[in-house]
Design a protein around this ligand. Sequence first.
Ligand SMILES: C[S@@+](CC[C@H](N)C(=O)[O-])C[C@H]1O[C@@H](n2cnc3c(N)ncnc32)[C@H](O)[C@@H]1O
Length: 301
Amino acid sequence: MSHIPVLLKEVVDKLRPKAGETVLDATAGRGGHAKVLGEQLGPSGHLILLDADQASLSKAHQNVSSLACRVTAIRGNFRRVNSLLDETGVKQVNVALFDLGFSSDQLTESGRGFSFLTEEPLLMTLADLPEEGLTAYEVVNEWCGDELERIFRDYGEERHAKVITQAIIIARREAPIATTRQLAELIRQVVPRGYANARLHPATRTFQALRIAVNSELEALAEGMTGIWAKLVPGGRLGVISFHSLEAKIVKTYFKSLVASDEGELLTKHALKPEYAEVKQNPRARSAQLRVIAKKLILKL
Ligand SMILES: C[S@@+](CC[C@H](N)C(=O)[O-])C[C@H]1O[C@@H](n2cnc3c(N)ncnc32)[C@H](O)[C@@H]1O
């Protein structure tokens, strides 16, 4: 399945990349957004692709190979964006985009345990990068009940966090829970029947929670935005596409703080959401929200 870039027109309209500028796509993915942003840069521009996942980064790189601008691909976690750019010799950027989460084929085809539809080991990490050692296997089999319940409730917004936690604790006394299907089936068996038959698979929220915890997604987002803000030129634009309320809250709060300190100016008064036609074509866009902020030209000292 190919990955369709979400809110593409809105991203280009608000980030307004211009000839000769430097654009960072901090979540290059399949390079869908990057290609269209890069088309505006011309031969004197510079497009930087960043992704934690090597397979995605290679695909993105290939997808932008026909562009006239210079292209640099960096594999790494965007929580270290500032030092990754330093290591590459990039001092400033005009435009940065974060399109959070994972692309659909990455979730279904990576073999890394993001999907409960196939039998996969419980990894849920993108990375064989050294700084990200944690796996979902460790979380599920080693974390105490209170911590498990907290992440299922807070990160998954799972109202059956308690029973799911109890089921995990009992099951893992017998043998470790090793695969996605094993975990998904365990969850399906303990949640109320109506919940198990609902449109959403009953394991969806638990899997989201585990993914967020394993990859420290919320901390990475906060650190990534702060890191790139320091690298933005005055007048530079930062855009973030979020997919659930926890991410949206972090972006909203950070952007608000930049407005309050008179460093930033919101280019999206309210988050932009996809129109009906886009959601119909790409259901993944359903919960997408785009927020864009510009760095003020003259900073008050
Ligand atoms: C939704 S996809 C981006 C799709 C892309 N905008 C496109 O049009 O093809 C998100 C990408 O971000 C990457 N990613 C997720 N968390 C990351 C992190 N902390 N650091 C770097 N890349 C990350 C994933 O590997 C994935 O490729």
